[in-house]
Design a protein around this ligand. Structure first.
Ligand SMILES: Cc1ncc(COP(=O)(O)O)c(C=O)c1O
Length: 348
């Protein structure tokens, strides 16, 4: 078979990478004999939930789904009635990159806030409180944050706690979109328990695909009572995998021997290296703080298409020639140096 694969790795996104060898091995191991479908009476599913409970140091409920959009949409849908709303940064994946799926499946509204660094603060939620109890307005019930944010930035534990406290004081819940949660935990040097359970997050979309899994994410309810009926929502939402074992086996490997940590450490370190190297090139300027595995930079307009031919990446903001460079678990120093050398050569 002749597969038309790219010849360089590029920096388009952390889901352009392949699968960790350990995950591939787990998929092979899971591919034996027969095994219960849908996670029902499935010892592997029970083992996985137990592992999540250990990692989160909480009696959490775990539901595997296919993708991050599915995790976010179902988490939000489950927490809201159709007349309730989720408050989120305008830049949230939920708002900008899920094709209207949240609106379609929740029937509700996303109340957005402009957050230049991707992070929402409690005082930005205040104006929405005026609507509470007013029958003509949607009722804010959930705040959604992304950790890492879409701008590559991070909430500190204090910032997360301030938001969960604020949400709870006002009868709301907090959802975390953790598509890049491993990169965040590594960057902050904290455990998942410290970042999520101990800050009071209610429901989490736990990502895996962007850090070495083939596919699969998890919706984690930190308080089990909040999960009631979620299995029906997942089924109605078409995110119940019949051969669920292939997601479960990946997560078991991912959480074993700190694979998640090793992968995210590499991706974050390569982003740091890339940022340090790019900073030294005249004509290129970093445009945002580099806090996890994403680097945002301003580049001369002419350079962008030339460089993209050698190492593909996405333009983030066309009007400012701002690009986004994502590092993956398999990005190497050689990839970074190759990219930097190409930029220097093309700028001459
Ligand atoms: C912040 C964030 N949330 C969620 C997702 C999940 O998306 P998908 O449905 O493509 O798995 C992504 C992927 O780009 C993301 O960047």
């Amino acid at each position: 078979m002749n597969l038309q694969l790219l010849q360089t790795k590029g920096f388009a996104s952390d889901n352009w990478s392949g699968v960790s060898p350990e995950v591939m091995e787990a998929l092979q191991l899971a591919n034996q004999l027969h095994h219960p479908s849908y996670g029902e009476n499935d010892p592997m599913m029970q083992q996985a939930e137990k592992r999540f409970q250990e990692v989160f140091e909480a009696d959490c409920k775990v539901f595997f789904v296919y993708n991050g959009t599915g995790a976010n949409v179902l988490a939000v849908q489950h927490m809201l009635k159709s007349w309730q709303a989720v408050v989120a940064p305008h830049s949230a994946h939920l708002n900008e990159d899920e094709g209207g799926a949240p609106e379609k499946f929740t029937g509700g509204k996303i109340l957005t806030v402009d957050c230049p660094d991707g992070k929402i603060r409690p005082d930005q939620v205040v104006p929405f409180l005026n609507s509470i109890g007013f029958q003509h307005h949607v009722q804010p019930k959930l705040i959604s944050i992304s950790q890492v944010t879409e701008m590559g930035t991070l909430y500190s534990l204090q910032e997360i706690k301030a938001l969960t406290d604020y949400a709870h004081e006002h009868g709301m819940y907090l959802h975390m979109d953790g598509a890049r949660i491993a990169n965040a935990a590594v960057a902050l040097d904290v455990s998942f328990s410290e970042m999520v359970s101990q800050t009071g997050v209610d429901v989490l979309s736990f990502g895996g695909t962007k850090n070495g899994l083939m596919f699969g994410e998890a919706v984690v309810f930190l308080k089990p009572e909040l999960a009631e009926g979620f299995e029906y929502n997942r089924k109605q939402g078409m995110q119940l995998a019949s051969k669920l074992r292939f997601i479960t086996a990946q997560f078991l490997t991912y959480l074993e021997d700190d694979l998640w940590k090793r992968n995210a450490t590499q991706a974050n370190a390569m982003a740091r290296l890339l940022a340090d190297e790019l900073q030294q090139i005249e004509g290129i300027k970093l445009s945002r703080a580099v806090e996890a595995n994403g680097v945002f930079a301003l580049m001369p307009e002419k350079l962008i298409p030339q460089l993209q031919k050698e190492y593909f990446f996405h333009i983030w903001n066309e009007s400012q020639n701002e690009v986004r460079l994502m590092c993956s678990f398999d990005t190497t120093a050689e990839d970074v140096h190759g990219f930097v050398a190409a930029a220097k050569r093309l700028l001459k």
